[in-house]
Design a protein around this ligand. Structure first.
Ligand SMILES: Nc1ncnc2c1ncn2[C@@H]1O[C@H](COP(=O)(O)OP(=O)(O)OP(=O)(O)O)[C@@H](O)[C@H]1O
Ligand SMILES: [Mg+2]
Length: 469
């Protein structure tokens, strides 16, 4: 983008006296009485249209068809903010909705130029005057961005340049916005008019793949799989496959399944929809919940075995409700949870890969379970969930990751003994993490490692005693 001063000069050399003339008239126009204004406006427009080789395209803050905000305006604003904050002299700062920090954008009546494929365009930020501006109208001010370009470039601008602006702006907005963690409301709450389908809070979980205790190769493979997926929109479109990916995470409690979901969301910058299946009334409601999720999100169903009839019943009764005895037991513990969910296995399978599942695009679906063997084969069969990831007991490699993040040690004389003990017994990463965490200010790395050794030795003794029985 060129600096505004350079741009003004460029614009003049481009033989745009009409624009300069317009600029003068704009000032006169601002101070003229209302009736004279509308007369001047239509007169100037007709005159300018006749000679002007430049086309103007306006992007308004609000849509005309309904009272919603215009997404395109938000994308242009983000696109221009990134550039104008370096080049414009008149800027404004706002705290954006759902935004991480201050949003800096160009102020009203500020111009900034942009070049795309060697073609120069001009953006102008304007305030749209309300027809009621002379009355006591006190609604929000409406703004628009106007794009000016030479008519010979019309096709390129409307087809390629605007797409480039919208995509870049959307990405910038996504990077800057606060991510959210959603949970579904129970049907009773929705139907009593008390709420929407999903409630959300700001998602702030510190988990990353770096701090996740796991075999390094396996971890790297998962990270690559996720990144490849997020970059494969065109590929999925080309092969005619819905742009979504399914993961089944299984393993004993405390092995990091939930932690990995948080790390996935942080890696890809996605929102999380934590779906409580026992609170979903029936298959139709499940479908509605799916439709109401946004793109670039992870839909999670934790402990799928608790919500699902896990006794391989599908062949006997495909549409049997999913809240099995275990699911009911879970619901019993939570008084607000709907107890008469009629969601069926086939409804859930439809949710994963039926026609509706493709709506909304870029999505990851994650199921977690402690008992993979008990899941219905329809859920685990090849192709249903793209990847099955076993989260297992802590390996020595996993321990080293935890020691690094909890104690900031890469090596220690006690590591060899810990490695030896870990080869003998099973310990979850959650237990290792718990023991590595200093409990008092005086507990240093050496003390914490000794605590872990003590726990491992107790487990090892128990293990040996069991073996001799
Ligand atoms: N692989 C891991 N890497 C790092 N920390 C872990 C890992 N596994 C567990 N933890 C620690 O243990 C805690 C519990 O782990 P988490 O909730 O992710 O386990 P889970 O597998 O989801 O268990 P559950 O099956 O009971 O839901 C986490 O908050 C984290 O601090
Ligand atoms: Mg969990």
């Amino acid at each position: 983008m060129a600096a505004p001063g350079t741009m003004t000069r460029l614009w003049i050399t481009f033989g745009s006296p009409i624009n300069n003339f317009l600029h003068v008239w704009t000032i006169i126009y601002q101070y003229a009485p209302v009736k004279l204004r509308s007369y001047l406006k239509s007169y100037i427009h007709r005159l300018v249209d006749h000679f002007n080789p430049y086309v103007q395209l306006s992007i308004h803050e609000f849509t005309e068809s309904h009272l919603g905000r215009n997404e395109a305006y938000r994308f242009v604003k983000a696109y221009l903010s990134a550039n104008s904050s370096k080049n414009s002299k008149k800027l404004k700062a706002e705290v954006g909705i759902n935004s991480k920090g201050l949003v800096i954008s160009m102020d009203e009546h500020e111009r900034v130029s942009d070049t795309f494929n060697g073609v120069q365009v001009l953006w102008l930020s304007c305030k749209v005057e309300s027809p009621l501006s002379n009355s006591h109208y006190s609604g929000p001010e409406k703004r628009c961005y106007t794009l000016e370009f030479h008519k010979k470039n019309r096709e390129m601008i409307t087809e390629s340049y605007l797409e480039h602006v919208f995509n870049t702006g959307e990405n910038i907005n996504r990077q800057n916005r606060e991510r959210r963690l959603y949970t579904n409301n129970s049907s009773t709450k929705q139907y009593s008019g008390l709420g929407k389908q999903w409630s959300s809070i700001v998602f702030k979980h510190p988990a990353t793949f770096e701090t996740l205790a796991m075999e390094p190769d396996k971890k790297q493979e998962i990270v690559e799989d996720l990144l490849t997926f997020s970059r494969s929109k065109d590929y999925y479109a080309r092969i005619g496959k819905a742009f979504k990916r399914g993961y089944l995470l299984y393993g004993p409690p405390g092995t990091g399944k939930s932690t990995m979901i948080a790390a996935m969301a942080n890696l890809l910058n996605y929102d999380i929809y934590d779906l409580e299946l026992t609170a979903v009334k029936d298959n139709t409601e499940l479908k509605m919940l799916l439709i109401d999720t946004l793109s670039k999100s992870i839909i999670v169903i934790e402990d799928i075995d608790c919500a699902l009839d896990l006794t391989h019943q599908r062949n006997k009764n495909e549409d049997k409700p999913l809240n099995s005895d275990k699911g009911k037991r879970k619901a019993d513990k939570e008084p607000n949870v709907e107890r008469d969910s009629k969601v069926t296995l086939s409804g859930l399978l439809n949710f994963i890969d039926g026609l509706w599942s493709a709506s909304g695009g870029e999505r990851i679906i994650v199921f977690t379970t402690n008992y993979v063997d008990k899941l219905d084969s329809a859920l685990t069969r090849c192709g249903r969930m793209d990847r099955h990831i076993e989260m297992s007991y802590c390996s020595f490699e996993g321990f080293k990751v935890l020691a690094k993040s909890y104690l900031e040690v890469d090596a220690h004389p006690k590591f060899d003994f810990i490695q030896q003990l870990m080869a003998e017994v099973n310990i979850t990463p959650a237990d290792v993490a718990e023991n590595l965490m200093p409990k008092t200010a005086t507990e240093n790395a050496d003390v914490c490692l000794s605590n872990l050794i003590r726990v491992l030795e107790v487990k090892s003794r128990g293990h040996k005693e069991e073996g001799t029985r």
